[in-house]
Ligand binder design. Structure first.
Ligand SMILES: [Zn+2]
Length: 177
């Protein structure tokens, strides 16, 4: 079995604790196994500077964590984030514009086209700061179908592009909206 090592650092911002990718080869502070490695498939379709890999320790399974993509609503505010994380000089302000998202293939219920997207998982609060989810939803702009302008029923914050790969690769991760 192939093992992928993620270089991440534990941080606390906005009263919530999680691991975030460091952008350099620091050893992980302690290893966690990952519940949902399929999230790494975003790397096949996107590598923009407005996302960072995030790992949230599992509430139910000790030694496990769940991967998310921390997405910056205003990408300019994520410019120096790797450096700030490495040197512990970040503040809550650097994360104000960020929101915890999942990578997912979203299908438009009107035109049936499929898109690679980042969505806010509903009902998935931040550990230690349950009110933060509602605040982030309030800050976010939700995207419509880029092909037909129909409203997508999920909280889609970013449309990366039309999904091109065969469905068999990620069939269990496709959600129709
Ligand atoms: Zn559509």
């Amino acid at each position: 079995m192939k093992t992928t090592v993620l270089f991440m650092k534990k941080i606390k911002v906005e009263n919530t604790e999680f691991f975030i990718e460091t952008g350099n080869a620091l050893a992980p502070e302690f290893p966690l196994k990952v519940n949902n490695p399929e999230q790494l498939k975003l790397l096949d379709v996107y590598s923009g500077s407005d996302v960072r890999l995030m790992l949230v320790p599992s509430f139910f399974k000790i030694d496990y964590g769940n991967l998310y993509w921390l997405f910056w609503i205003d990408p300019k505010t994520s410019d120096k984030i790797n450096e700030k994380i490495t040197h512990n000089t970040f503040t809550d302000n650097d994360f104000l514009n960020s929101v915890k998202t999942f990578y997912q293939i979203t299908e438009c219920s009107n035109c049936k086209r499929k898109f690679d997207t980042l969505i806010i998982p509903p009902g998935d609060p931040y550990p230690g700061n349950p009110k933060l989810l509602a605040k982030k939803i309030g800050l976010s702009k939700f995207q419509k179908c880029p092909a037909c302008n129909f409203g997508l029923r999920q909280m889609v914050v970013k449309i990366i592009g039309e999904h091109k790969k065969s469905d068999s690769v990620m069939s269990d991760n496709v959600v129709a909206t």
